[in-house]
Design a binder for this molecule. Structure first.
Ligand code: FAD
Length: 515
């Protein structure tokens, strides 16, 4: 298949198998099941089907300790023999025959569940939780009892898959056990007084219970994952260092600050600016050439678009005026610092010189903090720019709908202390930033790329177990942002845009905890 583009790459959340790795992975003593698609990279139907297969892999990526999604390219010479050999179903692999599947994600997902449930001959994969329905006898001993964890029972019609999907979605989480029961189980349904399906009956660790009626798998999953004390087991990248550790300065003696995740805190934004100007920039003795250009763009977007305290904006305006007036090829960092500290007594204003994380507090040192505040800052700036594009009039960035994103791209690539993050961000920007044609596109672009990063990092070492990374905004923050099409979660982008405008709008900024 020389010359054909690869249909799947390492960036897809699935396993690329070849003749050697297939035998090693899919051996009968594998602790998990495998769903392997044998395809040919030149076959038109396979090319079409690849988008479904990738969507499936994304949809069930959290099931991967139980069942892996994989592909083998039978058009590669090395794989000829193995493709012949595996031409028949073979436990624990089940084979989706070569491109015959005109199936949607939902059907494939149901097929996976049926497979997990029915392949009892060789036993279930090691980590597979029970998928069979609970009955009243199982349930009675739990009612009203204290426990070390939550128990959620999803009561659903017999034809529904929601319960099993949510059980598998939560399979990597501790602090919760999810079971299902059937609407046809009259004694159980009567005892729990449930009349609408699907519903979740949630037993709390303290012995009380609540009852939730929702329609969609994603809503159940997101709600249960968000319960206090429910945490994702860290499984990915155990060998990889936490790249963000050094960037998340945290004073462990700081008292915990209660906060509301539907608000944006000025204290986080000001801490971001302090860290950016006094800590991150300080590693550069002088700024010249491209670095200086990037720095000017960053200062421009902040000075013109920053929606927080006027005094902070003024400091940035002074810095910008000075940078614009200065014809120097390069400037010493110390001069910038003097301005920020107002050593020259220009305005008797200076930028607060401490970090005080609020919405960006981490549950322990090394988590959240600066990178969280940097995302927050740039989301705000894209939203401000969209609300008032005229604010950049008269600057070097006037008229560029991607002005904020370009400044961010430059900053992340040049100054951001996490090099690997910079490389990833640059890849995403190189791929699609040129498609941003309006300020609205820019708001949505950054939201969507941030979600890509969230999904890549979920369960990694930089994921704070108390604030686990997940698709954002959650259904709790914006129910209307979520919908389901043919059983697959999708975003309602119109609603997402409206939500981002509100969430990152100047009106949603809280001054609480400012020094
Ligand atoms: P963050 O992801 O920092 O999010 C901050 C806040 O933004 C959230 O609390 C939420 O309120 C809001 N939010 C979340 N998602 C969205 C969204 N989609 N749209 C709008 N708002 C949202 N770390 C790595 O380990 N590897 C990397 O490759 C990596 N790349 C990064 C690239 C960039 C450009 C940046 C700024 C950071 C990167 N990081 C990377 C750090 C990582 O993304 C997090 O910032 C860090 O782990 C802290 O996570 P957090 O839980 O505070 O939430």
């Amino acid at each position: 298949a020389a010359g054909t583009a690869r249909l799947y790459t390492e960036d897809d959340p699935l396993v690329l198998l070849g003749s050697g790795s297939l035998k090693r992975s899919v051996s009968s003593n594998s602790s998990s099941a495998w769903l392997v698609q044998f395809y040919s990279s030149w076959c038109g139907h396979c090319i079409q089907f690849s988008s479904t297969w990738k969507a499936l892999a994304h949809d069930v990526q959290d099931w991967d300790t139980i069942i892996h999604i994989a592909v083998v390219d039978c058009a590669q010479d090395d794989n000829f023999d193995i493709c012949k050999e595996y031409g028949v179903s073979f436990y624990p692999t089940f084979r989706v025959s070569n491109c015959s599947a005109d199936r949607g994600v939902q059907t494939l997902r149901e097929l996976m569940i049926n497979f997990l449930q029915n392949h009892t001959r060789l036993g279930k994969p090691d980590h597979c939780p029970p998928l069979e329905p609970f009955n009243l006898r199982d349930l009675l001993p739990l009612l009203g009892q204290k426990s070390a964890h939550y128990t959620a029972i999803i009561i659903e019609h017999p034809t529904s898959y929601v319960g099993r999907e949510v059980i598998l979605d939560l399979s990597k989480y501790t602090g919760i056990v999810v079971r299902r029961a059937l609407s046809t189980d009259t004694p159980l349904v009567d005892k729990l007084k449930i009349t609408a399906f699907p519903s979740a009956y949630l037993l709390h660790p303290n012995g009380t219970h609540t009852h939730l009626y929702m329609q969609l798998r994603f809503f159940f999953t997101s709600f249960l994952r968000g319960l206090q004390g429910v945490q994702r087991r860290q499984t990915k990248d155990h060998s990889a260092p936490n790249h963000m550790g050094a960037l998340s300065e945290h004073h462990s003696t700081d008292p915990w600050r209660e906060f509301d995740s539907s608000k944006v805190y000025m204290a986080d934004l000001e801490s971001a600016l302090h860290y950016l100007l006094r800590v991150e920039l300080a590693t550069h003795n002088t700024l010249g050439g491209e670095e200086l250009k990037t720095f000017k763009s960053v200062v421009t977007v902040i000075a013109k678009l920053y929606p927080g305290r006027a005094s902070v904006q003024k400091v940035m305006e002074n810095l910008l005026d000075w940078l614009v007036r200065l014809p120097l090829e390069s400037i010493p960092y110390q001069a910038i610092l003097d301005l920020v500290d107002d050593k020259m007594r220009i305005s008797s204003l200076s930028l607060g010189a401490e970090v005080r994380w609020v919405g960006c507090q981490g549950s322990r040192p090394g988590l959240r903090g600066y990178p969280c505040s940097l995302w927050t800052l740039f989301h705000m700036l894209t939203v401000q720019y969209d609300a008032s594009p005229k604010l950049l009039a008269g600057t070097a960035l006037e008229g560029d709908p991607a002005a904020v994103l370009n400044a961010m791209r430059g900053y992340i690539g040049t100054f951001f202390g996490c090099e690997q993050c910079g490389r990833h961000f640059e890849e995403m920007a190189a791929q699609s930033l040129d498609q941003v044609k309006t300020t609205e596109d820019a708001v949505i672009w950054l939201w969507s790329k941030h979600n890509q990063v969230n999904s890549r990092l979920a369960g990694s070492l930089s994921d704070d177990p108390v604030f686990p990374k997940s698709p954002w905004p959650s259904p709790a923050l914006c129910p209307a942002c979520h919908q389901e099409k043919e059983g697959v979660h999708t975003w309602n982008e119109e609603q997402v845009l409206a939500f981002l405008r509100q969430h990152y709008g100047a009106g949603n900024l809280s001054p609480r905890y400012l020094p």
